[in-house]
Design a binder for this molecule. Structure first.
Ligand code: FMN
Ligand code: 173
Length: 357
């Protein structure tokens, strides 16, 4: 037995190991899960039109994202509660990301403190600081938000990723059915711990606005990315408000159901920002060819959410490493077959809409 040979097989193996409640939490999405399915199926509706005899040479999947050289155009999207997938939780994820040479976007709702996640990543490489970005839900209590930002800065995080698509929590009917609304005993979110030692609850507030982003811009010198942008006007507004990048994302179909697949919105958003800031994308990326399609349509890089959690559930650190290795190999192969050596050189005319089915 060789184990899983692609991300879908990692998914199958992981989901067979997880109990129903956890599987539903990780795999599920909002309401009818139209967007969950759409994110993946949209990639299949895009076709690749390769160039031949380009003599491009061996592909190198390395790219630069916000000044960070990474081993491939794939980041780890922020996902909450890794201890639900594996007892080592985010510690294992952090080691795998660091060893793979790419960026971990660490969730504010991690089950391991950001200081411990950063320390774990550092164990992998003594030569250079592994890149970790911190995902933030802006809290109406700005004093508390600032305290979290200072912790992320002190832990060595190199950018902040503000999740903007969550003025309320999406309706996850699977969790309702399972009556799953709290972490099990022994798990919590130490990033939300106050000085007094109490762990606060996260607030997802519809009062959060561009004013808060302006406040954050004044509060920190870290680069800021806005995650969850779907409307081209919002991508422009993010750049206007000093964001250093945008992440086209519908939260993996876990917030507003029936939004378009993120890959469908990417070209319009790339056009709207006109190269002012890098555009990233997440949602439904499962193959090297998906990554190449996103690059062609204007993304500097992509991020993967569920595949990381499934790798973790399948085999801890080794499982996440497996997912990242499989995807890197697929990207190299896809680039070669498309006639490219450099991910940054991939052009839009590589992708066509499928018109024959
Ligand atoms: C289990 C789970 C938890 C998530 N938690 C967060 C979170 O805490 N913050 C956030 O910004 N996005 C969160 N996301 C969304 C991911 O960052 C990402 O947008 C999404 O998973 C990408 O789609 P994919 O799972 O198809 O790769 C979560 C997604 C999943 C599946
Ligand atoms: O599960 C999620 O997708 C997520 O982002 C979240 C947000 C708030 C509380 C728990 C999870």
């Amino acid at each position: 037995m060789t184990g899983p040979v692609n991300l879908r097989e990692v998914e199958q193996a992981a989901r067979a190991l997880l109990d129903r409640v956890r599987d539903d939490y990780f795999a599920g999405g909002a309401q009818d899960e139209v967007t969950v399915r759409g994110n993946e199926s949209a990639f299949a509706r895009l076709a690749l039109l390769p160039r031949v005899l380009t003599g491009a040479g061996d592909p190198s999947p390395e790219v630069t994202v916000l000044g960070e050289r990474v081993s491939m155009p794939v980041l780890l999207a922020p996902t909450a509660f890794h201890e639900l997938a594996h007892p080592e939780g985010e510690r294992a994820t952090a080691r795998a990301a660091a060893a793979a040479g790419t960026i971990l976007i660490s969730a504010m709702l991690s089950t391991v403190a950001i200081e411990d996640i950063a320390a774990e990543a550092r164990k992998v490489s003594s030569e250079h600081e592994p890149p970790i970005w911190f995902q933030l839900y802006l809290q109406p209590d700005l004093g508390f938000t600032e305290a979290i930002v200072r912790r992320a800065e002190a832990a060595g995080c190199r950018a902040l990723v503000v999740t903007a698509d969550s003025p309320a929590l999406g309706r996850h009917e699977r969790n309702d059915r399972n009556d799953f609304h709290d972490l099990p005993p022994g798990m919590n979110c130490p990033n939300l711990r106050e000085q007094a030692g109490e762990v606060r609850n996260v607030v997802l507030s519809p009062e959060i606005s561009w004013r808060h982003l302006e406040w954050l811009r004044e509060t920190t010198s870290l680069p800021i990315l806005v995650k969850g942008v779907l409307h081209p006007d919002d991508a422009r507004l993010a750049a206007d408000h000093g964001a250093d990048g945008v992440i086209v994302s519908n939260h993996g179909g876990r917030q507003l159901d029936t939004t378009p697949p993120s890959i469908r919105l990417l070209p319009r958003i790339a056009d709207a920002v006109e190269g002012r800031v890098p555009v990233l994308l997440d949602g439904g990326v499962r193959r090297g060819t998906d990554v190449v399609k996103a690059l062609a349509l204007g993304a500097r890089a992509v991020a993967i959410g569920r595949p990381v959690v499934w790798g973790l559930a399948y085999d801890g650190e080794a499982g996440v490493t497996k997912v990242l290795d499989l995807l890197r190999r697929e990207i190299v192969n896809a680039l070669a077959l498309c006639g490219y050596a450099d991910p940054a050189a991939v052009r839009r005319d590589l992708v066509e809409e499928v018109s024959w089915r």
